[in-house]
Design a protein. Structure first.
Length: 570
């Protein structure tokens, strides 16, 4: 008879919590004293005092027994092995076999102390049982999914309810070629709809459809990180790409050249824009869909994440009748969102607002939005020249990429226009040196630039698996806190809700550099970045990383996340 593979040596519960930094040695002494007074288990006291949740206590008890904790997700349960245990037993014991390695069966359970159940399953399966801890809800869901009859991909796609997603713009049947007609089969349509629905509802910003040598990989970027959505058969790739091209009104016969297009769909009673981009590769066309969901976009300046003092300064700058305000940071740092929020604040019937974008991401009422078209010579600079003749009050330039655009934007700001734009620099002071590198005259920068705002997006700690710990003295010192005073910080352990990352959602951190008389005089001398940073440090200017650390202390993100996001700024 096989035996369950459960370690016998145990650490004390209090020792584990002290080692993890959840409680201090002094707090443990006090808790043990209280335990003697009330005659309750230490775990129950910890839950009552809200030091641990019931789920966290189960996880710690698992560690006490030497049993690891995992989060059940698709791909962790081998459908070929679950049937070694009858379904009724799995439901009765609230367990599920996950996989088998040699003669060891890994078993998901919610109760790490249920040794008699493990022995019973060992007898039934004639395998050694290695338990791992999972949430009971996840186990029940996995049982319902894994014990059902196997179904083919076509059956899954055919049963999908395509009424949940509606293509707003499509082509007529007569315009679809023979290849497109192959992609019009119900399974392919349903698969594309399912991909779009799942990615949109998960809050993804991009969908990547990537053909590999032997598989078709579909990934979604959620909170800045790519996660695998599914891996259909490679045979499905040409039909899926063709279907998307039909939706984007593109040439499905063209597979050798990159193509760009636009798809608009209705999901959950709101309109979603998708930017289609294809690129030919050695295994076929890779397609990336950028999801532009106005319903999820933050277009309110009060919800950007600016602290009260910085928010008031920024709003005051936007009230100026003329001048240049630049948002800076790398691609994907939220610069466009910040500018749209500013436009939303400025938007009124009394103002003529013109935007020059590539592409136009969100359509706004009462604002004249224009799309750059490089192929016919409509560049940022060309559009900007004509915008000055349109009696404009406020001009948004999507990006300053070259000297010509920078010069026209500055001239516009000096002639009665408020100009908003973006620039790719790591921090706010670098905006000045970048404009100097573009050979913009220093006196023009000094007289036109109102402010530069650097920003980054950092992931926020998942509320479902959020836990606290005591940081080291080195971390406290880095955060600018008193080393002698204990301070609890937070992190995510990883769960099903956050794809095991410990993070869910993102917030922005900002650094606002506003021009003053001293800085304007300094710019006239063509300063280096070192000279600028020395001046700002003497003035008490806080850096992007310092603002990020405030979010760490507030329990919104982690110090590692801020370090990574601002690694180019130190």
């Amino acid at each position: 008879m096989r035996k369950s593979n459960i370690p016998k040596k145990r650490m004390k519960l209090g020792e584990i919590l002290v080692r993890q930094g959840r409680i201090t040695p002094d707090e443990l002494v006090e808790l043990l004293r209280l335990q003697k007074e009330v005659s309750k288990p230490l775990g129950q006291i910890l839950v009552e005092k809200k030091i641990l949740t019931a789920q966290e206590l189960t996880n710690v008890l698992g560690e006490q027994l030497g049993i690891p904790h995992v989060w059940l997700r698709k791909g962790l349960v081998d459908p070929r092995i679950v049937h070694v245990l009858p379904k009724e037993k799995a439901i009765l014991y609230q367990v599920i076999p996950m996989f088998r390695v040699n003669n060891i069966l890994t078993l998901a359970t919610a109760d790490p102390n249920d040794i008699f159940v493990f022995d019973e399953i060992s007898k039934i399966t004639n395998l050694e049982v290695q338990p791992v801890i999972c949430r009971v809800d996840d186990i029940i869901e996995a049982v319902n999914q894994s014990y059902r009859e196997d179904v083919s991909m076509d059956e899954v796609m055919s049963s999908f309810d395509d009424s949940e997603i509606e293509v707003v713009e499509s082509v007529k049947e007569s315009e679809i070629s023979e290849i497109a007609e192959m992609a019009e089969g119900s399974p392919v349509i349903n698969m594309v709809n399912m991909i779009l629905l799942k990615a949109i509802r998960d809050g993804a910003s991009d969908i990547h459809l990537e053909p590999q040598a032997k598989k078709f990989q579909i990934r979604a970027r959620i909170d800045g990180v790519l996660y695998e959505l599914m891996t259909p058969k490679i045979d499905m790739h040409p039909a899926v790409v063709s279907r998307l091209k039909v939706m984007a009104n593109l040439d499905i016969a063209e597979r050798r050249m990159p193509q760009d297009g636009r798809i608009q769909v209705n999901v959950d009673r709101r309109t979603i824009d998708l930017r289609f981009s294809s690129m030919p590769g050695i295994y076929g066309e890779k397609v990336v869909l950028r999801i532009l969901d106005r319903g999820r976009a933050i277009l309110d300046i009060n919800k950007l994440g600016l602290d009260t003092e910085m928010s008031e300064r920024y709003k005051s700058l936007l009230k100026r009748p003329n001048g240049l305000i630049l948002a800076c940071g790398p691609t994907g740092s939220g610069k466009t969102t910040t500018l749209y929020a500013a436009l939303s604040t400025l938007n009124s019937k009394e103002k003529n607002i013109i935007t020059i974008e590539d592409p136009v991401e969100y359509q706004m009422q009462n604002i004249n939005q224009n799309q750059v078209k490089q192929a016919i010579g409509l560049s940022f600079a060309t559009f900007l020249k004509h915008a000055l003749r349109q009696d404009s009050d406020i001009i948004l330039v999507g990006e300053i990429r070259d000297r010509e655009t920078a010069e026209i934007a500055i001239q516009a700001s000096l002639t009665g226009h408020l100009v908003l734009s973006t620039l790719h620099t790591n921090d706010s002071p670098s905006v000045i040196t970048r404009l100097l590198e573009m050979r913009i005259e220093s006196y023009l920068i000094s007289s036109s630039l109102l402010a530069s705002m650097a920003q980054r997006l950092v992931r926020t700690i998942c509320s479902e698996c959020r836990t606290n710990f005591y940081p080291s003295k080195e971390v406290l010192n880095e955060l600018g806190l008193n080393e002698d005073k204990q301070k609890r910080l937070f992190k995510g352990k990883g769960c099903k809700e956050c794809f095991d990352s410990g993070f869910k959602g993102r917030i922005a951190i900002y650094e606002l550099l506003e021009m003053d008389d001293g800085l304007q005089d300094l710019i006239l001398n063509n300063p280096t970045i070192d000279v600028l940073q020395k001046y700002l440090k003497e003035k008490g200017h806080r850096t992007l990383r310092q603002y990020g650390y405030e979010k760490v202390v507030a329990g919104l993100t982690t110090i590692e996340e801020v370090r990574q996001a601002t690694s180019m700024d130190m």
